[in-house]
Structures are given as C-alpha cells and as structure tokens.
Design a protein around this ligand. Sequence first.
Ligand SMILES: [Zn+2]
Length: 267
Amino acid sequence: MERALINFSFDDGRRDNFDIAYPILKHYNCPATFNITTGYITGEMKKEALTHAEPMNMAQIQEMFNDPSLEIAGHGYWHKNTLADITDGLNSLKRELKVEKLTKWGNGFASPGTALDMEVYNNEIKPVLKNEQLQYIRLSLRYKSHVGIKTFVRKLNRILHWPCLYSYAYKDTLMSSAEDVFLYAVPILSSISVAEIMALVRRAVKEKKACVLMMHSIVEKGRIRDPWDFEKDKFESLVHEITKLQAEGKLTITTSMNIYQQLKGNN
Ligand SMILES: [Zn+2]
C-alpha cells in the first residue's frame, strides 16, 4: 500500500447519521460507509431492541447511496449473523435501492454486534459468498500477539486515556493485507478522545496500513446516552484532523469496500 487508508463505518442506519454525521462528512468531502439493518429502518424491528436512536428512512438511505463517495452496506435484516439474515438484509437493500449490487465490486456486510460464529461462516456462509456477491465481512478489533497485555492495556486505558497506550492496544486491528474476507474495525466509544484516535491514525500513516473506525450515533453535546454515542464536536474535529492529513498526502479516506479491494490487490 502506498499510503494509509482510513474509513468511517457507521452501524445500524441511525437517523443521527443522516442528520448530524452526513452534513459534516459532506462539508469535508469525506467518504464513509453506512451499514444498514433493514428491519430497524422499516420499523418491523422494535428500535428499543437495538438502540435508543431513531432509524433513518429509505429516502435518506437512497440520498446517501446516490452520493458517490459513500457506501451502503448490509448489517442484517434483523441484526443477526445467520446466512438467511445476511442475504435478506442485502436483498432488501438492493430491492429498495433498485440495484443489482451495492457497489461495483459487490456487497459489503458489517457483522451485527460482531457476533459472527466462525463455524456458521465456514459451513454456511463461505460456500455461497460468490452467489451473494458478498465481498467482505467487517468484524471488530483483533489481536495478533500479546493478547493478554494488549487486553489489559486497552482496559486500563479506559481510565488513563493515554494516546500512546490506545495506539498500542489497537495496533493489531490495523491491516496491511486482507485475511480471507475479513476487515477489522476499532470500536469508537463515547469516552475515547480525539487524541487517542489520532494516535492510532498516525500509526496507520507511519506503517502504511488501513484503519476502519466503527461508529454508531453522533449526538449533540450533552446528549450522550450510552457508550455508542459520540459527541458531534469531537466527531467534527476528528474529521477535520484526518482530512488535514489527507491534504498533506499522508493518507486516503475511503469506503470499507475500497479498503478491502486495495488490501486484496484489486485497484
Ligand atoms: Zn449494529
């Protein structure tokens, strides 16, 4: 990889993603991926089962889909990780958006709750990946070595919030090549500071790796209700800092699908 790749990957299809995150992303001309749980959007699924946040509607998803810098990906019909739920979710999105596939490469999928069972993946999902045009599955963080130390540092840093510790604890989640169909992502919680995330982004720049940031709600100041809400001001300064590095030629902000294709060597 010539330079680091950064992706904002938003889960569920929350209304604040359209109302708050999208205008900021547009202002900074910043690509992103939105992973949609269809049943949540249609209201078939009780939103309380998933989050306190209101869902987007299909017209809003369509508007984001029409923006060439954004990617729409699957996140299950009922926020599940079974083959049927993954396919129902993707098919319903394709049907609503009136397309054969969600990107020119095929379809992306972010594992709901990162609860993908590897046995289910190997026995049921993997054999039919091609038929479903499923390109990648986004999971959460990973460790490659020193699991015990990194887990300890990660938990300790929930109190300390030292950028250097944060960057160390999550370093194995950065990617330099694609392992099977998997992308790994750093879960961004309310308590995480912009300085912590930027330390990890700078590590990705130095190591020329890809970094996927898993986001949920973006909320106004003082409106944090659970760990998955991230404050708007912090999000804006994060986007500002990352786009500044992009302007300096140090990294490229892109979609999960583009990251996966570059990691695979398909440009
Ligand atoms: Zn989710």
